[in-house]
Design a protein around this ligand. Sequence first.
Ligand code: SF4
Length: 571
Amino acid sequence: MFAKADLVLLHAPSVYDFRKLPILFGPISDLVPSTPIFEMYPIGFSSLAEHLERNGIRVRIINLALRMLKDKNFDAEKRIARLKPRAFGIDLHWLPHAHGSLEVAALCKKHHPEIPVIFGGYSSSYFHEELIQYPQVDFILRGDSTEEPLRQLLLSLRDKKSLKDIPNLTWKGADGSVRVNPLTHVLTDLNEYLNNYPNLFRSALRYLDVRSLIPIHDWWEYPITAVMTCRGCTHNCAICGGSRYALSNSYARGVSAYRSPEKVAGDILSIAGYTNAPIFVVGDLRQAGDSYASAVLSGLKAARPRNPVVLELFTPAPESYFQEVAEALPNFNFEISPESHDENVRRASGKFYGNEAMENSIRFALDQGCSKFDVFFMIGIPRQTSGSVMETIDYCGHLLKTFGRRLNPFISPLAPFLDPGSIAFENAEEVGYRVFYKTLEDYRRALLAPSWKYTLSYETRWMTREEIVDSTYEAGLRLNRLKREHGLVSGETAEKTEKRILLAQEMIREIDAILCDPEPGRAAKLQALKKTFAQASMATVCDKDEIKWPVLRWRLNFPKIIRALFESRPS
Ligand code: SF4
């Protein structure tokens, strides 16, 4: 139908000029696989690409963020100038991309004023009325189900047809006026779509550009993959932009959509054929009911894939669940996010289980052979004070003493932004938040602040911005020492982490002092510290290896991947 690369999907770094600007990004990405520029593109790219390819539209993904991160000489502007697709697609899913994605869009427009620029993702959807006013933005597809609306948009643009019936579309008419089509396309069945790894591998070969498709900086050494089970969530955590409240209020999703248990099991087994690296199953399997979880697990029982499989727990689970998991998966891992040790604080953040129930779950899981159980705590939640954060670290000590080294506690700040659309964002006063930034432009500018203390978009009735930053580093220091004591990290690793935290604390003070200096001179002083900021922003409060699951040798099975490329060619 089309010539090659009809659509180029571009993933921008969070701050476009991150290689030049002196910014202390802080520990904002310590607990995710990305670096602080968030080079990992949304998993939605792969389902968009797969759906369009299946319908004869050729898609190329270019992870500009990763290319810029890996190669200091990589010229993103030159690369964009050389591309000639029929349309550009840019994700603005996570709000920390507010700067980079708009800069990349501006470069697309500068070199190709005639090529449409299409935005998508949660943040694009939330701020669509403001985003469409930027001259570099032509279209926004809203909501979490844009595969089919995007196909319709691309065909209508090609055939010069009316756009008024394309669902979920925000656009500019010929007279420049903004049109907002209803957000009516919301998937309730995920069986047709979702990520398709052979399709990504095929795309890499077609454009002879594997490097632009890699999702994270160390993917070759650690090719972690994800399996999506659902869109939407049945829970209502106060700070979450993906909660039931946020999705129904801002993105028209009334109910969660699930992939069938057979397909989820099939996805896991299919990935296990290509790699023995960890597989992260996104979404608690029990969200759709115990029988759904049982059906997924029984679909895995016969094959028992050897990969480390990571499962999420949104609430504590009974012993029988862990027994079922152990029967299906020889190498299973869990994670849970109680946010605080204090049940009142936890309740204020929208989680209603007690410590006893959570510890029972941990015990059941470990008794059944769970390899690693990660427990995530957070700083910056309602009703939490600095003192409460330190008590959370004491509680981590209790967990480590009780459960030993297979339990791994983490703590990180809610940063840099409170999720737009979340209960806390929409009802800030009531929940106890003071939100500094409201518009997309506010967020875009905030990303250029010299330290994450000033990028941080909120403070709470119980903790100032300064206290959130200070508690983060103090908690990081104390948790690191605890982990060393309990043998979770080596003496050498703990020492390096301690040094990074102390350096980051020093840089926070230094930046505050520089900001009191008069201009000119401020910029030069900040620039002189750029290298040190980079050292103090990467894996600050814990080592990146701590969030990983061990990978066996032969991480990718290339003969199998090549066979899959031929077996699953789109017709
Ligand atoms: S944080 Fe809460 S609301 Fe958000 S996805 Fe997780 S369980 Fe659902």
